[in-house]
Ligand binder design. Structure first.
Ligand code: AMP
Length: 306
């Protein structure tokens, strides 16, 4: 079952209390595919400028990522600069430079149009809609966005909600979009506007899956060392969507499992700067972490012993 992502392919300059990077490869499509390809082949749609280190993309290709939909055009690649707070729980965007993304109009290669699983990674909502228009019959469309787009293109973000199955955003984005500080209410606000599910990522507090009749919560994996939270959300999405694509099963128990695969992938992403945390992770490593999650949350009610 084919899995497609459209998103940013970026050069990130990130400062955390533990170090900093300058022009390190990142972006929503890169984190998503670095994580997703561990479980399932990924097709990528995006654009890079003439300054992008192509070796990074070649390394992804060797791991099962199809880059036929990535264009390289003259100009500067998308650049993003951010600084994290001392406890890594919040970050400030210092600079966003769209570069070649400003003129990008995605055109899907023929072999990509019939993908069954689609992730519209964080990127201009206009481009996300443009990709969706070219898809023939996706089984599941999930979509991320960011404060930047919620503020600058709110109407298009709302239009997008009418065409997707899952909105997958972090808690601050859900609050900003809905205008409600309570994330559960914010999730239900989203459900009234089109999507049949909302996945709210909550950083060190895990993630929440909300549908009209059920709520499921997965914790974040307890790690003693966290270096860089950048891309954890996209790695989560990569794990979640790749698990669904590899199993082609949208039942409730499988969606819950996909949440745990997402959380496992997010936990690998934050263990090193940029995409390095995902570089040497195997499917067996991911499965082992999923088992560790099961232990982490397992408990007996005690009622059987009465
Ligand atoms: P996350 O930490 O999962 O929210 O994703 C961070 C990634 O999103 C970084 O690699 C950035 O390059 C990318 N990014 C940040 N701002 C934007 C934006 N406005 N549009 C597209 N991608 C962005």
């Amino acid at each position: 079952m084919s899995l497609l992502v459209v998103g940013s392919i970026a050069l990130d300059s990130v400062a955390t209390p533990f170090g900093e990077t300058a022009d390190a490869p990142g972006g929503s499509a890169v984190f998503f595919s670095a994580a997703g390809a561990i479980l399932h082949p990924v097709q990528v749609v995006g654009v890079v400028g003439s300054d992008y280190p192509l070796g990074v993309l070649k390394a992804l290709e060797r791991r099962g990522v199809d880059l036929t939909g990535v264009q390289q055009v003259p100009g500067e690649s998308f650049r993003w600069k951010a600084k994290y707070s001392y406890d890594l729980s919040s970050r400030e965007t210092l600079d966003t430079r769209l570069g070649v993304f400003a003129e990008f109009r995605p055109k899907l290669p023929d072999g990509f149009r019939d993908a069954r699983y689609v992730f519209l990674g964080n990127i201009d909502p206009d481009l996300q809609l443009g990709v969706l228009d070219q898809m023939t019959h996706p089984a599941l469309v999930a979509c991320d966005t960011m404060n930047y787009w919620i503020q600058s293109k709110n109407d298009l973000v709302l239009e997008l909600l009418r065409h997707i199955d899952i909105l997958m955003v972090n808690d601050s984005e859900a609050r900003e979009l809905s205008g409600d500080w309570n994330v559960y209410r914010a999730a239900h606000w989203v459900l009234k506007r089109g999507p049949r599910m909302a996945v709210i990522k909550q950083g060190e507090h895990g993630a929440l899956l909300v549908s009209p009749d059920a709520t499921f919560k997965v914790p974040a994996y307890p790690l003693q060392e966290v270096f860089d939270p950048t891309g954890a959300g996209d790695a989560f999405a990569g794990g979640f969507m790749a698990y669904l694509a590899s199993t082609d099963d949208l039942s409730t128990p499988n969606l819950r499992r996909a949440m745990v695969y997402g959380a496992a992938m997010g936990s690998f992403a934050v263990e090193a700067f940029g995409i390095h945390g995902l570089e040497n992770v195997s499917a067996a490593d991911v499965r082992a972490r999923v088992r560790a999650f099961k232990d982490l949350v397992h408990f007996e009610t005690g009622e059987d012993h009465r």
